[in-house]
Each structure stands twice: as C-alpha cells, then as structure tokens.
Write a protein that binds this ligand. Sequence first.
Ligand SMILES: Cc1ncc(C[n+]2csc(CCOP(=O)(O)OP(=O)(O)O)c2C)c(N)n1
Length: 663
Amino acid sequence: MMLFDRKDLKDDDLLKLYRQILLPRMIEEKMLVLLRQGKVSKWFSGIGQEAIAVGVTAAMQQDEWIMPLHRNLGVFTTREMPLVKLMKQWQGSYDGYSKGRERSFHFGSSEHFICGMISHLGPQLSVADGVALAYSLKQENKVAVAFTGDGGTSEGEFHEALNLAAVWNLPVIFIVENNGYALSTPVSEQFKNDSFVDKAKGYGIDAVRINGNDILKVYDTIKGVRDYCISTRQPYLIDCTTFRMRGHEEASGTKYVPSYLFDIWKEKDPVENYENYLLSIGLLSKDLIEEIRRELKSYIDDSVEDGLKSDPIVVNSSNELADVYAPQVWDSELNYYEGTEPGKEKRFIEALSEGLDQALERHSNLVIMGQDIAEYGGAFKVTQGLAEKYGKSRIRNTPLCESAVVGAALGLSLENYKSVMEMQFADFVSVGFNQIVNNLAKIHYRWGQNADVVIRMPTGAGVGAGPFHSQSNEAWFTHVAGLKVVYPSTPAEAKGLLIAAIEDPNPVMFFEHKALYRSVSGPVPEEYYAIEIGKARVVEEGEDISIITYGAGVHWAKELAAKRKDISFHILDLRTLSPLDFEAIKQAVKSTGKVLILHEDTLFGGIGGTISAWITENCFELLDGPVMRCASLDTPVPFNIELEKNFLAKSRLEEMVDKLVKY
Ligand SMILES: Cc1ncc(C[n+]2csc(CCOP(=O)(O)OP(=O)(O)O)c2C)c(N)n1
C-alpha cells in the first residue's frame, strides 16, 4: 500500500480530491465501453496517471493557464468543464468545444484557461512561456503550467522552452509525465538521463522528482512550487513518475510492454491507493464510496446520454471559411490611407521603425521580440532606439530559439498581448515553422482563440548573401489557411501595412525586402495610419501589358516601364498575398488583356501559379494571350553576384514582356 501524507489538508479537501480523481477514471471506464460500441472514435487513455492531471489542476488557481496534452482528461474535469459538452466534443458535434473541427483532447477553452494542444506535443511548453511572460509583465502573482510526456522531452521545443523560461525568469511549471513509454518506445530508447531533475539543472532550472501516482504528493508539490515560482520569478520542473496502463491509444494495444510491469503498477494505482488511504483514516466508508460512485455514475450516464443526442452537423462552407480568421474589430479612431498620401520623404527602413514606434506608443500591451533587437537595434537596425524608449521588458532580446519565441508570442496572445517577432532573416523561419503553420495559423479555426502576432520577415536576394540569407519563402505561408501574408513595396505602405498587421488580431507574416530597406524612399505620412490588408494598388495605368507583382518586383516593373517607352505598362502592386485582392487582379486583366505575373520567388509552386490559375478560371474572356509568369530560377539562391543576377526573375523580365506583347 502506498503511504500518503495529508500535511495540513482538511477532511473536506481530501474528500474533494477523491471525487476529482474518481471522476476521470469513471468517465474513462464509460468511454472504453462506448469505444467498443463504436460510439466514440479515438481515445487516449490516462488511466493510471490521473493523480497528475487532477493534482496539478486542483492546486492551481482557476484563472491560471494550463497547457494539457492528450492524456489529461483530469485537467478538463477538474476545471469543471461540463461533461455533456465534452461528450459532444468527442462526438465531433457542432456543440462541442471546436464545432466538430478537432478530435479528442486537441482543443482549448479560454473560458477555462485551458490551451488546446496541437498534435506535435512540445509546442505547448513554449506557449506556457508566453503566458508566464504576460503574468510577469502585468506583475500578477500567477503561474502557467505545461505538460509533456517523456517522449515529448526529446523534441527541440522542450529544450527551447526550458531555456527561454530560465533566461527570461518566467513563472512556469513544466510537468513531465514520465510514464515509461512514448507509443512503443521505452524511455531507455528515448533519453540517457536517469531523471529530468538532471536535465533541468542543465538549463539552470530547479526540479524535483515525485511519485506521480500519489495525488497528495502532486497537489502539495504544485502548491509549494507555485509559491516558489511566484516569489522567485523562476520556472520549475516536476518529473512525475507514473505508468501508462493502456495502449498509446485504444486501437494500438500494449504487446510491446512486458506484462510484469502492469502487475507492478497495478499495485500503485492512484485511485485505489488513495481510496484505501481514505478508508484507513476513516474518512471514507464502503457505503460512502458506493454513494459517491452512484452520484458520479448518474452524472456521467446523464451527460453521455445528452451528449450522444447531438444533432448531425450541418455542413456550410461559408461558416467554415468565416472561422479561419478572427474578426477584425476596427478602431474607429484609426486613419486608413491608400499609401499615396503626401508626407515627409523617408527611407523604407525608417518608415518601418516609425510604424513600430507609434504602435508601441499606442498599444501598451505590445511586445517586440527578436534576436539582437534591443540595444543592438536588430540585424538591419529596424528597432534601433526602441529599447531605450520603451524598455527591455517590451523590446526583448531573445536567445536563438525561433520556435519557442513564436510559441511564446501565442502565449502572450492568450493573455491579450499583441506581439511582433522579428526573424533575423526570413530564411530562419524554417526553425519556427511548426508553431506558425500549425499553432498560430489553425488556432482560431480549431477552438476560437486568436493569435495576435506579427512576424517580420526580412526577405529577398540581390545583396549577394547566398542560399540562407536571401530566400523568398512567402509561398510557404500563402498555402496555410489562417495566416495573412503582407508584402509592401514602398515606405508609405511599409508603415501603413505594418500598423494594419499589428492592429489585426490574426497572425500576419510581414515580408520586408532587405534590398529595399535603404534603396527606396518616398513620402510617409507622419501620423499613425493603416493600409487595409487585402487591397492591391494600381502603380501605373497602361494598355499593352499588365504586370501583377509585389515587393521588389514593383520596382523592377517600374524601372522597365521607364526604359521601354514603346510599351504601355499597367502595373499592379498586390501588397497582400493572402488574402489576395481578386477584384484588382480582374481589373488589371481587363485593362490590357495580357498578364505577366512577376515575382522574385522561384517559379514552381510560387504564388504566380495560383494567380494565373485564378485568372484563367475567372477572367478567360478578358485575355488576349496566355497568362505568363516571370519568376526566379528553380534553384537555391546563389552567392556569386553574376549567378545571383541570373537567378533573379529580373534578368528575364524584359524578354518575357517582349514575348507577351508580341503574342
Ligand atoms: C512531432 C510529433 N512526432 C510524432 C508524433 C506521434 N506521436 C503521438 S503521441 C507519441 C508518443 C508521445 O509520447 P510521450 O510524449 O511520452 O507521451 P505519452 O503518449 O506517453 O503520454 C507520438 C510518437 C507526434 N504527435 N508529434
């Protein structure tokens, strides 16, 4: 029998914990029956591990964020989420927590301060960092909690999140549910360390290993650690040793687990042992157990019955599309300009800095993060002077950990902060990719939470910087529902669109062409103004050929138009690549009947293909020739200036224009 220590817990507290740990066990037992009857599809069992989810949640304040995973039913039940709605969630019903869009435990509820996981597991850890950062900035005495399995600790995100929490002194509790297996992989094939206490030390984080099957130990440890995190402003890791008593998910079985392990751990069952303890101290009796079980059973049976009554889902594509983005609530005091208004002459880079500066002034909840962006002013000096003006708590240098910082940006958003993250070069977004395309992009569609994050992407070639400091990777993101992709070409647009991106509650990928930073100047209005996202601009009107382009392409097209007075050019600057301004594209087709789509990105799979397809599908009668694309060579970006020139679309532009005009 396990030994329990009640410390100073009152009888009522002990009984409450008993009900709390019994409920998820009984729900699961019911689910296993429903699963066999085909009434529930996928199920990840937390049987045998309930003490962790329940103990942790019970020890936290109701309004502190928890980032649970797939075995943590106890988090949801201890936060008292109604079972009938949970049941509807598991049914894929519209009335669940995700309108039928997410399965099992991959959903959240802001009302309950529970952030839904994405299947990739590790990302939850960094989101907790962001929430904890928000608590710190607000000087609130709160702590964020994130769960990970033992397998998840091998992910890069674990390393990044722990390191970031340590360096930034964030009040986060990292819970490792050390349950022996990651799917079929035993811990011996997962890591070399004996305990995660050792790993935590490597990050400068204090940690403890506890028996994760002892609910009183979990509860008491979290209470103490929570106080520690608040008073010291430090993270903490808790290694909760436990065991997965069922298969990874119900269909996958347990053949790979030696049966003696089940015998050993059955003896350590967290519910039975706690029940026996309460019997031994006279707080429970057989009759009382019966009574509590009857009561919980009737709650479960009623909820399941109601949950199963869900109406079949009514499919409506407009509703689906409408929920991909959070609605924009326009600030009535915000000025909207076209980006053609008079103003002081400024360089592209100055316009960006001014936009950031004014946005920081206007939004006290705006935080900027990136490598070397504080005193150093960023690799391109866009943020120069901002740290002196707004302080280093809002203009935050980050360690080299793109993924954790994007995750932290999402965490900030859960606590109603806005954030702008600077990728040092757009190329480095590849190591923050998962958080962007799977977490930020999908979260609103999945469970209605917005991600108020702008990611600044210094992009493009033409400066002899080679394959990893020159890429155009905007098309990676235009393919992802839930992201907005913005790409200005003039200083006025850079400022107005950056402000619009910051005002927008959705994740925006904001591309800034590095070669334009100091080479392009133009009038920039002084005040705080936005340019509507999703609206293109006619740069020049003409009759012979329409060039639809963006970014550096706009300048290449203008340069050619100035040189070739024999051709009348119509130039459209898209300004936003997602959502596209289809009306403006149609008008551009109408103006000349001949369309050349120009982009610096490589040809195959570039946004030009999508625009071209849309034009042929929707504007066929307006065309006097094939829609053509002028793009960069389908190679990585070469370093040598001659090779790079040959790579860039610009080197083929004039030739293609002549070809199309003559068609
Ligand atoms: C990035 C990623 N790789 C692989 C998977 C597939 N997968 C889902 S759960 C899982 C095992 C997770 O093990 P662990 O973190 O120990 O948690 P446990 O399931 O034991 O609670 C794997 C491999 C995944 N979801 N995400």
